[in-house]
Design a protein around this ligand. Structure first.
Ligand SMILES: Nc1nc2c(ncn2[C@@H]2O[C@@H]3COP(=O)(O)O[C@H]4[C@@H](O)[C@H](n5cnc6c(=O)[nH]c(N)nc65)O[C@@H]4COP(=O)(O)O[C@H]3[C@H]2O)c(=O)[nH]1
Length: 906
C-alpha cells in the first residue's frame, strides 16, 4: 500500500489562481479600452457630422443645391466609413442623398438640424460604418489574449522548472542520505560479530545517515503477539514509552503500518502522517514530534516475519519509490544478516558437535567399532581396545565375529542380523569374549549407515561392558529379595513364591501349607550374649530349618526371629506333621555359639491353603494366630489354625476397644493375695492383682487384658492407677494392722521402656501419703533384666534409692542369669507356679526349687514360691528353705473388704 499526497501539485494550483486573477484584470482593462475606442469612433463621426453640417449649411445659405449632391459623392469617396448621407428639408423634400451600396455590420446614425435662409430648415442625416473600430478592437483583444497566454505559459514553465529542480535536488539529497545509511549498515553488518548490535545500528544509521528523525525496531513477542521496541534512535524516543503495537489484525493497534507490514510482509508507507487513517491510534502521541511521514519495513528471519523497522521523516511525501526501494533493500539486508547470524550459529554448533563427536569417539567409555559394507572392521576407538583387549591394528580388517563368546547359538545371531537387515539397527545384551578369553556381558547397539544409493555404507557398533552393572543388579536383586543375614528369601521373595505356589496349587489341586515360626527366647540370647552370637544362632537355625524341608519348599526370614515356610504340593498331609516334628527336634538341639551352648525352642503356627484361606494376607494372618496359639500353649510346639483362633483374635480386638474406656469408667479394681511367711505363717506381704469388671463380660483376667494393654501402650496409665490404689490401700492397712505390711505391685516391662517419668511421680506420691518406700515391692520379669538398657537400669536403681524393694516374678521360666540378680540388687525371687505345681518328694522340680532357694540365699535374696495349693507343696517348700509362699492354700486373691475379713480371721 502506498499512501501518497502529492505536494508538487500545490505550486500549480497557485499558478492557476494567479492566471485567473490575471485574466480577470486583463478582461477589465480590455473592456475599458474597447469602450474608449468606441467613444473615439463616435466622436470622430460627430466631428465629421459637424464639419459636413457646417459645409452644408453654407451651401444651403448660398442655395447651391446641385453642388450638395456632388459634395456627397466626394465625401463618400474620401471617407470609407460613410455609409449614407441624406439631406431632407423640413417639408420632407430630399435635397440630396448618397447611399453606399455595401453597408457594414455596425452602423452609427447621426442627425443634425440645419437652419438656413430665413426660416428654412433641413435635417442632415449621416450614417457611419463602425466595423473598422470593432475590427480593431477584435484584433487587439486577440493580440492581448495571445500575449496573455504566452505570458501564462511562460510563467507556468518557469514555475514548473523551478519547482521541479527544487524537488529534485531535495529528493537527490534524501536518496543520497539513504544510500549513505544503506552503505553504513552494510559495512557495519560485515564487521558485526553478534546480532545484539544489529538493530541499534540500523536505527542509528537510519537517523544519522538516512536523514530520518527517528527509527525503531519492533520485535515480535510470540506470547502477547505485540511488536515490542528492541532498538531505537533519534529524537522523540519517549514516543516509544508504553507504545502498544500489535501484530494482530483484530485490534486497532494491529491495523497500523507496523502491524500491516509485519503481517503482510511488505513495506507500508504513510507520506502524510496527519491525514492518514492508518495512524489514528498513535496520532496524539506523534503530535509532540515534527514527524510528517513514516514508513515501516518488515524484517524476516528464517523466512518468517520477525520484526519491523519503522522510520519517521520530518517532511510530507518523504518516501517516493526510490526511497522506498532503498529502505526495503535495507530491511532485506537486515533479514539477510539475521539469517547469516543464524547460519553462523548453526555452523558453530555443527562444528562444535563435530568436535564433540570426535572427542566422544576418542574419550568415550563406550566401545565403538565401524565396519564396512563387507562387515570388516574399519575403525575402533580406545574404549574398544580397553574393553575387548584388541588393539586397533589387531582389529582392523577383521570380522567382528572375532569377539564371539560362543555363548549364543546360531538362532540368536540369525535373529540379530535379520533385525539389522530389516530395521537397520539392533540393540540388546550380548556376551562376548575378550582377547584374554574372559567372557563378559555387554550392551550393544548396531546402527547402519546407507550410501546415496541406499546400500550399506557402514555399520557402527556401540557397546558398554555391563559386567559391573550386572553384578550390581544381581546384588540389588539379591538384597531386595533375600535376607542379608541368613541368605534366605525375605518377605518380598516369600510373597512372590507364595503367589506362585498358590497358582500351582490351583492347577494341581494339591494343598499347600504356610508355617509361621518364632524362636522362643531368642531375644534373651541376643540381649545377653550380644548380637553377633544372636546372628550366629539365626544362621544356624536357618540352616536347620532348610534341612527339614524339600528343595522345592521355601524357608524365608521376615526379620528378627520370625521364619516362614511354604510347603507346596502337599500330596500327603502327614508331610506337614513330619516337618513340624523335624523342626521342633532340630531346633531343640543345642546351638554352639563360640564357647557358649544355647538352648532354644520354636513355636510354629500352620495354616493350609485352600482349606483355611485362599488369600495371601489371610493365610499369613492365620499362620500368625496359630503361632501365637502355640506360644500361649507353652511354646516349643506347633499349632494348626482353627476357627477358634479367629474368634480369639476378634475377642482381643473387641477387648482392646473396650479397654480404652475402662479406666475412665472406673471398671478396674484391685484384688489382694497374701504372701505368707512359711516358717511362722504370719502375713506381712500382700500382692495387688488388678481386676477388670467388664460391663458385659464380667471379670476379665489380667492374663487376658494386660498383654493388650501392653501392646496398645495403655499399660502406663493403668499401671499408674494400680500403684496409687495399692499405695493408698497399704497406707490404710498399715494404720489398721501395723507398719510392717508391705504390698507387691506388678510392673510391666513396657512401663519401664516408656520414656515418661511416671515412676518419679510415684516417689512424690509416697511422700504425699507419708508412706515409706519400704512399704512397696515392685515385681518385674526376668526379661526386663536382660534388656539392661541404661534407662531401665536407672529406673530400677531409683526404686532402690527410694527404699522400694524389687521382686523377680515367674523366676525360672526365662533365661535367668545369676549375675543379673546381683547386679540389679534384687530382693526377692518368685519361683514360678510351674515348678511348684508338680512338687513331689524326689521330683526334679523339687531339686530345682531347692537349687533356686540355695542360690538366692547365697546372694542374700529371699524366695517366694508362687501357686502353692497343697499342704504337701507347702511342706516341701519349707523343707527346701523357701522363705515365703503364695497360693490358694492360703487364700485366693480377694477384694479389699474380703481381704480385711481374711486378715481379721487369721
Ligand atoms: N493356679 C493358681 N494360680 C494362682 C495361685 N495363687 C495365685 N495365683 C495366680 O497367679 C497369678 C500371680 O500373679 P503373677 O504371677 O504376677 O501374674 C500376674 C501378673 O503378671 C499380671 N498382673 C496382674 N495384675 C497386674 C497389674 O496390676 N499389673 C501388671 N502389669 N500385671 C498384672 O497378670 C498375671 C495374672 O494375674 P492373676 O490372674 O491375678 O493371677 C495371679 C494369681 O491369681 C494358685 O495357687 N494357683
Amino acid at each position: 500500500m502506498s499512501i501518497k499526497t502529492s505536494s508538487d501539485k500545490l505550486p500549480w494550483l497557485f499558478l492557476f489562481i494567479f492566471l485567473i486573477v490575471l485574466g480577470a484584470v486583463s478582461a477589465v482593462l480590455l473592456g475599458n479600452k474597447f469602450n474608449e475606442d468606441m467613444k473615439l469612433a463616435r466622436t470622430s463621426a460627430a466631428q465629421q457630422l459637424q464639419l459636413i453640417t457646417s459645409v452644408l449649411s453654407s451651401e444651403l445659405e448660398r442655395g447651391n443645391y446641385q453642388n450638395i449632391s456632388a459634395l456627397f459623392n466626394q465625401w463618400a469617396k474620401a471617407n470609407d466609413n460613410i455609409v449614407q448621407l441624406q439631406l431632407v428639408s423640413a417639408n420632407g423634400f430630399q435635397i440630396a442623398s448618397y447611399t453606399r451600396p455595401t453597408a457594414g455590420n455596425h452602423l452609427l446614425d447621426l442627425d443634425a438640424p440645419i437652419s438656413y435662409s430665413y426660416r428654412e430648415e433641413a435635417t442632415f442625416h449621416l450614417r457611419v460604418n463602425m466595423d473598422p473600430a470593432y475590427q480593431r478592437q477584435a484584433r487587439f483583444a486577440a493580440q492581448f489574449t495571445g500575449m496573455f497566454l504566452a505570458f501564462a505559459i511562460l510563467t507556468a514553465l518557469i514555475l514548473h522548472f523551478a519547482i521541479r529542480s527544487k524537488l529534485e535536488s531535495a529528493k537527490a539529497r534524501r536518496i543520497s542520505r539513504l544510500y549513505n545509511a544503506l552503505s553504513e549498515i552494510n559495512q557495519a553488518i560485515v564487521r558485526m560479530e553478534t546480532e545484539d548490535h544489529l538493530f541499534p545500528l540500523v536505527c542509528r544509521c537510519a537517523v544519522k545517515f538516512g536523514g530520518m528523525s527517528m527509527a525503531w525496531v519492533g520485535q515480535i513477542d510470540e506470547k502477547s503477539k505485540l511488536l515490542l521496541p528492541v532498538a531505537s534512535y533519534g529524537s522523540g524516543l519517549d514516543y516509544l514509552d508504553g507504545l502498544t503495537v500489535s501484530s494482530l489484525a483484530d485490534v486497532p493497534e494491529g491495523r497500523g503500518p507496523s502491524g500491516i507490514a509485519f503481517r503482510e510482509n511488505r513495506p507500508v508507507i504513510v507520506n502524510n502522517y496527519a491525514t492518514s487513517p492508518f495512524t489514528a491510534p498513535w496520532k496524539s502521541r506523534v503530535a509532540a514530534n515534527d514527524w510528517q511521514s513514516t514508513a515501516t519495513f518488515p524484517i524476516a528471519r528464517g523466512g518468517r516475519p520477525f520484526a519491523v523497522l519503522t522510520v519517521y521523516h520530518p517532511e510530507i511525501d518523504a518516501f517516493d519509490q526510490e526511497a522506498i526501494a532503498l529502505l526495503d533493500e535495507m530491511s532485506r539486508d537486515i533479514s539477510f544478516s539475521l539469517d547469516n547470524f543464524d547460519r553462523e550459529v548453526q555452523r558453530k554448533a555443527a562444528e562444535k558437535s563435530l568436535q564433540m563427536a570426535a572427542s566422544i569417539y576418542e574419550n568415550s567409555s563406550e566401545g565403538m567399532m565401524i565396519t564396512d559394507a563387507d562387515n570388516l572392521i574399519m575403525a575402533v576407538n580406545p574404549a574398544f581396545t580397553r574393553i575387548t583387549g584388541y588393539a586397533l591394528e589387531e582389529a582392523i580388517g577383521k570380522n567382528p565375529s572375532l569377539l564371539k563368546s560362543g555363548r549364543h547359538d546360531h538362532e540368536f545371531y540369525q535373529a540379530m542380523w535379520s533385525e539389522i537387515a530389516e530395521t537397520g539397527k539392533w540393540t540388546g545384551e550380548i556376551w562376548d569374549r575378550r582377547k584374554d578369553g574372559e567372557v563378559y556381558p555387554k550392551w550393544l547397539t548396531i546402527n547402519t549407515i546407507l550410501n546415496e544409493a541406499g546400500a550399506v555404507h557402514h555399520r557402527i557398533a556401540l557397546f558398554t561392558d555391563i559386567s559391573q552393572k550386572k553384578q550390581t543388579e544381581e546384588l540389588i536383586w539379591q538384597q531386595a529379595n533375600f535376607d542379608h543375614l541368613t541368605g534366605l528369601p525375605n518377605w518380598r521373595m516369600f510373597h512372590n513364591r507364595l503367589e506362585q505356589e498358590i497358582k500351582k496349587s490351583r492347577r494341581t489341586g494339591l494343598p499347600l501349607a504356610v508355617m509361621f515360626l518364632d524362636l522362643d527366647h531368642f531375644k534373651e540370647v541376643n540381649d545377653t550374649l550380644g548380637h553377633a552370637k544372636g546372628d550366629m544362632l539365626l544362621n544356624e537355625a536357618a540352616r536347620r530349618l532348610v534341612g527339614c524341608v524339600r528343595d522345592s519348599d521355601t524357608v524365608a526370614r521376615f526379620g528378627g526371629d520370625e521364619f516362614v515356610l511354604i510347603l507346596g504340593e502337599l500330596g500327603d498331609p502327614d508331610n506337614v506333621e513330619r516337618i513340624n516334628e523335624c523342626i521342633l527336634q532340630n531346633l531343640s538341639a543345642p546351638f554352639e555359639l563360640g564357647n557358649e551352648s544355647v538352648y532354644i525352642s520354636v513355636s510354629i503356627g500352620v495354616t493350609i491353603y485352600p482349606a483355611d484361606a485362599t488369600e495371601i494376607e489371610e493365610l499369613l494372618r492365620n499362620a500368625d494366630q496359630a503361632m501365637y496359639a502355640a506360644k500361649n500353649a507353652g511354646r516349643n510346639r506347633y499349632s494348626y489354625y482353627t476357627q477358634a483362633m479367629q474368634l480369639v483374635a476378634q475377642n482381643r480386638m473387641s477387648l482392646s476397644n473396650d479397654l480404652h474406656h475402662a479406666l475412665a469408667e472406673k471398671q478396674f479394681w484391685l484384688a489382694y493375695q497374701p504372701i505368707v511367711e512359711l516358717e511362722t505363717g504370719s502375713i506381712h506381704k500382700i500382692e495387688a492383682l488388678i481386676r477388670w469388671q467388664h460391663p458385659k463380660r464380667g471379670v476379665v483376667s489380667p492374663a487376658e487384658f494386660i498383654p493388650i494393654a501392653e501392646q496398645t501402650g495403655m499399660i502406663t496409665k493403668i499401671g499408674d492407677w494400680v500403684f496409687r490404689q495399692a499405695a493408698q490401700q497399704v497406707k490404710q492397712w498399715q494404720h489398721l494392722y501395723g507398719k510392717d505390711i508391705q504390698i507387691s505391685i506388678n510392673k510391666s516391662p513396657v512401663q519401664f521402656r516408656s520414656d515418661d517419668n511416671v515412676h518419679s511421680t510415684w516417689f512424690e506420691y509416697l511422700k504425699e501419703l507419708d508412706l515409706p518406700g519400704s512399704s512397696i515391692v515392685v515385681e518385674i520379669t526376668e526379661g526386663l533384666l536382660m534388656e539392661a538398657k541404661d534407662g531401665i537400669v536407672n529406673k530400677l536403681l531409683a526404686f532402690r534409692d527410694n527404699g522400694i524393694q524389687v521382686a523377680l516374678d515367674d523366676f525360672g521360666t526365662g533365661y535367668s542369669s545369676l549375675s543379673y540378680l546381683k547386679k540389679f540388687d534384687i530382693d526377692y525371687i518368685k519361683i514360678d507356679q510351674s515348678f511348684v505345681r508338680n512338687l513331689a518328694p524326689d521330683s526334679s522340680d523339687l531339686a530345682l526349687c531347692e537349687a533356686m532357694v540355695m542360690m538366692a540365699h547365697k546372694l542374700g535374696i529371699k524366695v517366694i514360691a508362687e501357686g502353692v495349693e497343697t499342704q504337701e507343696q507347702c511342706d516341701l517348700l519349707i523343707a527346701a528353705g523357701c522363705d515365703y509362699g503364695q497360693g490358694y492354700l492360703f487364700s485366693k486373691p480377694l477384694s479389699s473388704q474380703d481381704f480385711e475379713s481374711f486378715l481379721n480371721r487369721s
